[in-house]
Design a protein around this ligand. Structure first.
Ligand code: FEO
Length: 165
């Protein structure tokens, strides 16, 4: 059975994953409003991915005999200046999530909870991917600058993101 302290820390992480999903969905809605359907699509796929992260954690807590307690989800920002600003925010946000996963992992190590360590290793690896993807798109957007033709090219490219499930 999972300890109370780890259960609480997992519940906190579940809240962060749901906030991430909300943030991406808000960014997607903004991109729809400024006629960037490719960015909107990419962000909506990411919204789903974040929900799946939260669900993976929920299932783990349940499997360990813990209690899932869902907290309130803060409102995400609704207005953004540009895709560049969005991906700057995404990278910062994912770096915060990485730090949070690492803190949770440290607690699992301190408590010698090996099952939690194994579960969290998936998330440690996933965060490498999350930061890498955000950085790649951010760097492309920096190269593009104010050139709207190139921005539309990226938009078309992002439209191709696989919807996953
Ligand atoms: Fe669930 Fe984007 O990390």
């Amino acid at each position: 059975m999972i300890s109370k302290s780890l259960q609480d820390a997992f519940n906190e992480q579940i809240g962060k994953e749901f906030y991430s999903s909300y943030l991406y969905l808000s960014m997607s809605a903004y991109c729809e409003s400024v006629n960037l359907p490719g960015f909107a699509h990419w962000l909506k796929v990411q919204w789903k991915e974040e929900v799946s992260h939260a669900m993976k954690l929920i299932e783990y807590v349940v499997d360990r005999g813990g209690r899932v307690i869902l907290g309130a989800i803060d409102s995400p920002p609704a207005e953004f200046k540009s895709p560049l600003e969005i991906f700057n925010e995404i990278l910062e946000h994912e770096q915060m999530v990485t730090a949070s996963i690492n803190t949770l992992y440290t607690l699992a190590v301190e408590e010698s909870d090996y099952a939690s360590q194994v579960e969290l290793q998936w998330f440690v690896k996933e965060q490498v991917e999350e930061e890498k993807t955000a950085t790649e798109i951010l760097e492309h957007l920096k190269l593009v600058g104010e050139r709207s033709g190139a921005l539309l090219f990226i938009d078309r490219h992002l439209r191709k993101r696989d919807t996953g499930k």
